[in-house]
Design a protein around this ligand. Structure first.
Ligand code: FEO
Ligand code: CA
Ligand code: CA
Ligand code: CA
Length: 503
């Protein structure tokens, strides 16, 4: 096992040890409530909570920390598809078997996101199952496109592969489409260009149409971190979670106006998308009109790669590569430090480079200018047996500037080989200043096969919402126990969202 170093940071909880227990394991004095699991009813109309919960974001009602809306992403089905559609993807012969139209409908409905109303009563968090706010945005919902590539389609059906996301300064949600190609292939959808965007949803207006903002580029979006630059411009940091892909930021043309409320959404339609070159410490503008490299880039046959800004945004990875951006080890969550404005980026791993444990990079914008083009960086914390965590993924800050990190050791590698010492995936607290800066202590452990995703605190920091994603994944085909979380006994494991209290 992992030996705790004597001088380790002492948080306000007694750290737990790595474990393989099939439960959410927490320090003494903490408890969790299961708020919603797959299939739970979320409104009067009978809509239900989707599958493989990921990003969570709490939006207070009337400023309260015990009553609000929770947005939850639903990312994918994977081998657990048979829970949802009855189609056994694990044992299907890809040449013989085809999903029926009804199986595809169920598949797409289970993805996207849910708006649920949650309340704390008598110390316990629960779902309001007949809420007037309860609403689904799914693979079947109509969306519109905005920005320079909006002309590629009048209307788009569905969002899916929604991994992590973020909240805007005007209380809407940004949900990120990540591995959309898997769904496009499984469901044989005609146009993959419609996916891979950042989607804006207004949880307080169930009748609103979600928007896909093309100005933020098309790639495997992990999440968004929004800040206001000293110039008043809005800045959105983003990672592309794939081996050797890039870190981006979007800078709005106009300035944020707190009095304009939801009208600020327009800022996500016109601006400049930059990609990071870590060797030069420079942000490079992916702007077709001003960038000669993009204008002159050709494919191997000598044909121009791009002829407009829309082309650049739709084929962002090619554009980033053409301008010499630095390939990274799967950039997952990006979060901005609430006190000093430094930018934390989780590089989860990249087996191709022998980077098995991942690390967290800390980027410093020159003069603290988020809208600028120069930066420096350091490795803030590296995963491994010494540090006690591996494969950092989603992150959240508390108001003291401590970083809360969840890990995503893949369910196929968990508790085997080099990953054995870490036990199941976990939640870790890492101070960002002081004597114990960069040292991780473990706060929670996930059920068997699961990762915990999308950590989000209530404004009073008394509750931490987290998703329990893919419990039991990759264990059904091996001689290992399958998870029975959260119902125990011989029940089938269900993904869902929990509320941790005791802070
Ligand atoms: Fe869906 Fe990047 O994890
Ligand atoms: Ca993730
Ligand atoms: Ca994952
Ligand atoms: Ca991940």
């Amino acid at each position: 096992g992992l030996e705790a170093k004597k001088h380790k940071f002492s948080p306000k909880f007694k750290p737990i040890r790595p474990t393989t227990k099939d439960d959410v394991v927490l320090p003494e004095g903490f408890r969790y409530d299961v708020v919603a699991v797959y299939g739970d009813r979320i409104n009067k109309a009978g809509d239900t909570f989707g599958f493989n919960a990921d990003f969570t974001c709490f939006l207070p009602i009337d400023g309260r920390s015990d009553h609000g809306l929770l947005w939850v992403n639903h990312e994918y089905l994977g081998e657990l598809e048979y829970y949802v559609t009855g189609y056994d993807a694990l044992n299907a012969d890809p040449k013989q078997n085809r999903r029926t139209a009804e199986q595809i409908r169920k598949y797409l409905y289970a993805l996207g996101g849910s708006v649920i109303e949650v309340k704390k009563e008598n110390g316990r968090w629960k779902l309001v199952s007949d809420s007037a706010y309860g609403c689904r945005v799914s693979g079947l919902t109509k969306h519109v496109l905005t920005g320079p590539a909006a002309s590629i389609a009048k209307e788009v059906t569905g969002t899916f592969a929604n991994c992590s996301g973020g909240v805007t300064l005007w209380n809407t949600i940004l949900s990120c489409e990540e591995n959309f190609q898997d769904v496009v292939n499984d469901c044989k959808l005609p146009d993959s260009r419609h996916y891979g965007w950042v989607v804006e949803v207004d949880p307080f207006d169930p009748a609103s149409t979600p928007k896909k903002h093309t100005a933020l580029g098309r790639f495997s979006h992990e999440n968004t971190a929004m800040v206001i630059a000293p110039t008043g411009q809005l800045v959105v940091y983003m990672g592309d979670d794939a081996n050797d892909q890039y870190v981006y930021k979007y800078v709005s043309k106009g300035k944020y106006d707190p009095k304009a409320g939801k009208q600020n959404s327009k800022l996500l339609e016109e601006g400049t998308l930059y990609v990071a070159n870590f060797g030069k410490g420079a942000w490079i503008a992916l702007d077709y009109a001003s960038n000669e490299v993009l204008q002159q880039a050709t494919d191997s046959a000598g044909k121009p790669l791009f002829s407009s800004q829309a082309d650049v945004l739709v084929n962002c990875r090619d554009a980033a590569k053409a301008v010499g951006a630095t390939p990274m080890d799967r950039p997952e969550d990006v979060e901005v430090h609430p006190i000093d404005g430094s930018v934390f980026i989780a590089m989860t791993n990249n087996a191709k480079h022998g980077n098995f444990y991942g690390q967290i990079v800390r980027l410093f914008e020159q003069d603290g200018n988020h809208a600028g083009t120069a930066f420096t960086f350091e490795i803030f914390a590296a995963g491994g047996p010494q540090s006690g965590f591996a494969a950092p993924d989603n992150m959240a800050f508390d108001s003291a500037g401590n970083l809360w990190v969840v890990t995503d050791i893949s369910s196929s590698s968990m508790n085997s080989g080099i990953y054995t010492p870490f036990g199941n995936n976990g939640v870790y607290l890492i101070p960002t200043s002081g004597d114990h800066k960069g040292e991780a202590v473990q706060f929670a452990s996930a059920p068997v096969g699961a990762e915990m995703t999308g950590p989000w605190f209530t404004p009073d920091e008394k509750t931490l919402f987290l998703s329990v994603q893919h419990p039991g994944e990759n264990l059904t085909s091996y001689d290992r126990p399958t998870s029975h979380w959260p119902k125990g006994g011989s029940s089938v494991a269900l993904p869902g969202v929990i509320a941790i209290t005791g802070f």
